[in-house]
Design a protein around this ligand. Structure first.
Ligand SMILES: Nc1ncnc2c1ncn2[C@@H]1O[C@H](COP(=O)(O)OP(=O)(O)OP(=O)(O)O)[C@@H](O)[C@H]1O
Length: 364
């Protein structure tokens, strides 16, 4: 529970998992045999794998829990400076465990991680003051007002000047739209308000890196939009944002880069545009002559032809995009009235399914 990087107290959990004490810094992890400074095979994007200006970098990062559960398995992650980096995966794929290792809350079983150029968890004391983190919901005192909770977070930060505390707190409240509700006790806050207060605590100081674990979990659409807008604003000011989510559309709308996790392993990472481009788009023909168009496409080895009301779509054969002019000509020659013709861009979900052979089973 880390609404702020510097608390060491037992606090009430807004996420309902009860009180938790921030663990002391843990001993150095042994480098993994899988560590590889040359970068990950799965890095396909510009800036991925180069390592020179990565805000977060892991090599062979692995966590096996005492019960034997392998939660994170040989993770090679490269988060470029200035990115809004989406850490995407279904529930249970290892996102939170990774974030907890990155923030020095738990020790890896093997492998290495650097955050802002310093090894974690060894450098936790120098790294965390440069990081705003919101993990598993904000840690709040329910009997204190929102404003007083923020003041407490600020007071727990040894680098924060007490003389300017009031101004920082008011600015952070304003920023997340909680000024009007700042005097209410935190226990009376809705989940969305608690989440915004947690974000405010992470934004009390300018940070080089903001780490948010499922920041929109449990929020209504309006709350989600507000948090996403805030993330974009923070990123525009130059803060790198690392954001975990099980929501594909969240990553597509907010992030510049993404890594996809499945069962503790990294499936792929790169820019969002590159990842989506990996998914083969479908050919879409808009026409009132649906039956005829479907026949022509099938005759030209377009697979999985699906008829809609005024459209037909299908998968291009091996020839891919090169076959488009011939297909279009064939439709016209067959008397099909072509009102629209083109490839529909693949989505991240298509990419995930193509890469893993699994559906992206999300709770929404
Ligand atoms: N303290 C723990 N002890 C044992 N197993 C754990 C522990 N924490 C997590 N796990 C297991 O590790 C796996 C990865 O969990 P993790 O919470 O990292 O996934 P996640 O992608 O963040 O999913 P969610 O969004 O549901 O939190 C899961 O199978 C989970 O049950």
């Amino acid at each position: 529970m880390t609404g702020t990087p510097v608390t060491g107290d037992v606090t009430e959990s807004a996420g309902g998992r009860g009180a938790e004490v921030r663990p002391a810094p843990v001993p150095a992890a042994a480098p993994s045999s899988r560590s590889d400074a040359s970068g990950s095979d799965s890095g396909i994007g510009s800036g991925i794998g180069s390592g020179s200006d990565d805000v977060i970098r892991t090599r062979g990062l692995t966590k096996r829990f005492r019960g034997g559960q392998l939660a994170v398995d040989g993770l090679d992650l490269s988060v470029p400076r200035g990115s809004v980096f989406g850490f995407l995966g279904p529930n249970g794929s290892g996102k939170t465990t990774t974030i907890r290792m990155l923030m020095g809350l738990i020790a890896p079983t093997s492998g290495v991680a650097t955050v802002l150029g310093e090894s974690m968890p060894q450098s936790v004391a120098t790294v965390l003051p440069r990081v705003g983190a919101l993990i598993e919901g904000p840690a709040l005192y329910g009997f204190l007002s929102g404003r007083d909770n923020l003041a407490r977070f600020d007071a727990a930060d040894p680098t924060a000047d007490p003389r300017t505390r009031r101004r920082r707190v008011e600015e952070a409240l304003e920023r997340v739209g909680l000024t009007a509700a700042a005097g209410k006790k935190a226990r009376a806050y809705s989940l969305g308000m608690k989440q915004r207060l947690g974000l405010a605590s992470a934004l009390l100081q300018p940070r080089e890196l903001l780490v948010l674990d499922e920041p929109t979990n449990g929020l209504d659409p309006q709350g989600m939009r507000e948090i996403r807008t805030l993330v974009r604003e923070v990123a525009a000011e130059g803060t790198t944002v690392f954001l975990s989510s099980h929501l594909l559309d969240e990553i597509e709308h907010v992030c510049t880069h993404a890594a996809v996790m499945s069962r503790g392993r990294l499936v792929v990472q790169g820019t969002v545009a590159e990842l989506a481009a990996r998914a083969q788009g479908r050919l879409v023909v808009r026409t009132p002559d649906v039956a005829r168009a479907a026949e022509v496409l099938a005759a030209h080895r377009v697979a999985d032809v699906v008829r809609g009301e005024d459209r037909v779509d299908g998968e291009l054969a091996e020839a891919g995009e090169a076959s488009l002019p011939k297909l279009c000509a064939a439709l016209v020659e067959a008397g099909v009235r072509v009102h629209g013709f083109g490839l529909e861009r693949g989505t991240l979900e298509d990419a995930f399914v193509a890469l893993t052979g699994e559906g992206f089973d999300v709770a929404g």
